[in-house]
Design a protein around this ligand. Structure first.
Ligand code: 13P
Length: 253
């Protein structure tokens, strides 16, 4: 660890969940953050596209940010059904997740595509949260660092800095399963990612936040967030309920 660590980020990925009435949950999260329940952490909610504009309006003036879960690499054009980073910025988003394993799997996204999306995010002045992580088979066959290293090298946007890029390490086998790596395993991968960032970005690599994601809950967040080089969490299921999400952010109180 370096002497000064970046401000931690606790991010909620709502995935394909949430209707307009979910604004009540967002309000409850914002109220908790305003009351200091998230301590020093920056708090971000990434709802589905349909809610980005509504949530951004709701979050205006509150200490909570809004992001999206994907973007197209181009700014505009004939891409039916796609959403560009510029559109997300226009709708009030300040972050966008790219390369989530569910997109890599469901939509066969490659590292090169993820990189192009992350660069689109930077072009639109959004912060890119670039997701990487190994499958169960890859872990069991001892390939975790190879896979994570290849994904990092292939997905990191040109011009990455601590201000515009976040890495999220999400072991695929830990997502939505209730399973988590041990603290020692998390440390090994996060230290490896940090070294890869410093190799590519020099000292700036110390400023890029590295989130852990995969079955983060109030019950395990203190241990996971206490690991060296873990600068926050990317939370799926537990981010849908304000009390659970705030309970995770409370690791930074
Ligand atoms: P869970 O927290 O539901 O395991 O999901 C993690 C995730 O995929 C966040 O992007």
């Amino acid at each position: 660890m370096t002497a000064t660590r970046p401000r931690p980020l606790v991010a909620g990925n709502w995935k394909m969940n949430g209707l307009i009435k979910g604004v009540n949950e967002l309000d409850a999260i914002a109220t908790g953050v305003a009351a200091g329940e998230a301590g020093s952490a920056e708090v971000l909610v990434c709802p589905p596209f349909t809610l980005v504009s509504r949530f951004s309006a709701e979050a205006a003036g509150q200490h909570i940010k809004i992001g999206a879960q994907d973007c197209h690499a181009e700014a505009s054009g004939a891409h039916t059904g796609d959403i560009s980073a510029e559109m997300l910025k226009d709708a009030g988003a300040s972050y966008v997740i790219v390369g989530h394993s569910e997109r890599r799997t469901d939509h066969a996204e490659t590292d090169a595509q993820v990189k192009a999306k992350a660069e689109a995010a930077l072009r639109a002045h959004l912060v890119a949260i670039v997701c990487i992580g190994e499958t169960r088979n890859e872990r069991e066959s001892g390939k975790t660092l190879d896979v994570v290293g290849t994904q990092l090298a292939g997905s990191l946007p040109a011009g990455a800095t601590g201000a515009n890029t976040v890495i999220a390490y999400e072991p695929v086998w830990a997502i939505g399963t209730g399973l988590t790596p041990t603290a020692a395993d998390v440390k090994q991968v996060h230290d490896f990612i940090r070294a890869g960032l410093v190799e590519r970005l020099g000292d700036e690599g110390h400023n890029v936040r590295i989130l852990y994601g995969g079955s983060v809950k109030p019950a395990n967040c203190v241990e996971l967030m206490g690991v060296d080089n873990v600068d926050g969490a990317l939370v799926g299921g537990a981010s849908l309920k304000a009390a659970d999400f705030l309970g995770i952010a409370a690791a930074y109180r």
